[in-house]
Design a protein around this ligand. Structure first.
Ligand SMILES: Nc1ncnc2c1ncn2[C@@H]1O[C@H](COP(=O)(O)OP(=O)(O)O)[C@@H](O)[C@H]1O
Ligand SMILES: CC(C)(COP(=O)(O)O)[C@@H](O)C(=O)NCCC(=O)O
Length: 326
């Protein structure tokens, strides 16, 4: 069979459209760019080391795609309201925030992707108010993790208050005026007591975290429950080879050792003081005993549930994009 026909047949057999980097980035040419070159440059001011070419080639088409989904959802809501308005017993519903989930391994670049999307999406006139919540706020406090013997399972599904996380997103999707979430500090490696983050009915809410695509576990009564992903309007999985992600994890640990770990309040203060090789051995230990097993057992198996998969190669460059067919 000629190679193109074979490729078409393979594409037909999958619920995803697979695009390589060149095919995906070609899409940016037709996009009415809502960003000036100066604004694009300012996005670098977020403190993330991200290549401007990468922003243009990969994240700009992604922000346009999301913009299409948000506006199409608005149109669907209009149709729903026409339907609800068609008799005297029902009434129209105001819109709720469009919720985007961002999943993937520790250190794959979820936070960077989510912050970048937040900044880019806020520049589209249809949805200027974009808020971002990370699921680490819903980790159980360290005291509780210790009580349950879960201190070396941080990031595993059972280390979160999943009910509170699902309730939070359900409240946002119910159209509540004001919804609050707890806050986690990477510095002290624990939940910050008495601090809350408040979300005021944004146009878009981005929910970023390792386990956001996990299906719900059955409750103690054996009944199925709803999960946070049941309230997503769109979801993204950031993917890369496990060996590559380990390198990024170690590299981040090395950089943090020279910066945040120097803070006397840092949970990892000790690793700013020991020789670099010893600190990196400890980081490797954390990766191999916590983050890699969690990736393999819990996070990677949820990839097929996403609407879009960004597959990164070396240096965080996106090589392939898979988009769920409609
Ligand atoms: N697109 C990117 N280009 C370059 N570096 C990146 C990119 N995305 C993430 N990184 C770097 O990789 C590391 C992990 O990214 P981060 O967003 O903190 O991951 P996560 O939130 O998944 O743990 C960080 O050091 C970050 O600066
Ligand atoms: C806080 C995390 C569980 C990530 O949580 P998330 O924001 O994805 O909910 C993770 O960054 C972490 O701290 N893992 C524990 C092992 C380690 O220190 O790397």
């Amino acid at each position: 069979m000629p190679p193109t026909l074979e490729a078409h047949r393979r594409a037909d057999a999958s619920p995803f459209v697979d695009l390589d980097r060149a095919e995906w980035s070609a899409l940016h040419e037709r996009i009415p760019l809502p960003l000036t070159a100066a604004e694009l440059e300012r996005l670098r001011g977020l403190g993330d080391v991200i290549d401007l070419q990468e922003v243009q080639d990969v994240y700009l088409p992604l922000s346009r795609l999301l913009n299409l989904y948000v506006t199409a959802t608005g149109a669907l809501r209009g149709a729903l309201n026409d339907f609800l308005d068609s008799n005297e017993y029902t009434h129209t519903q105001p819109g709720t925030p469009f919720v985007i989930g961002v999943a993937g391994s520790v250190a794959v670049g979820k936070s960077t992707t989510a912050r970048l999307l937040q900044a880019m999406l806020a520049r589209w006139p249809e949805h200027p108010r974009v808020e971002l919540v990370t699921t680490d706020g819903f980790l159980l406090p360290n005291d509780e993790l210790r009580r349950r013997g879960l201190m070396s399972r941080k990031g595993f599904p059972e280390s979160y208050d999943r009910r509170a996380l699902t309730r939070f997103v359900a409240d946002v999707k119910s159209g509540k005026e004001e919804v609050t979430a707890p806050v986690y500090s990477h510095l002290v490696y624990d939940i910050v007591p008495d601090e809350r983050l408040t979300v005021h009915r944004p146009d878009i809410l981005i929910v970023e975290g390792l386990n956001v695509l996990q299906p719900a576990l059955p409750g103690q009564d054996g009944r199925t429950r709803v999960a946070v992903a049941d309230f997503f309007d769109f979801s993204i999985y950031v993917d890369a080879r496990t060996d590559e992600i380990e390198k990024w994890y170690l590299e981040r640990f090395r950089k943090l050792r020279e910066t945040a770990f120097q803070d006397p309040e840092s949970y990892f203060r000790r690793y700013a003081e020991v020789p670099e090789a010893e600190a990196l051995d400890y980081a490797r230990h954390l990766w191999r005993t916590i983050n890699r097993p969690n990736l393999v057992e819990n996070v990677a198996p949820t990839r097929g549930r996403a609407d879009l998969v960004l597959r990164k190669g070396p240096d965080h460059k996106v090589q392939r994009v898979s988009l769920r067919k409609l």
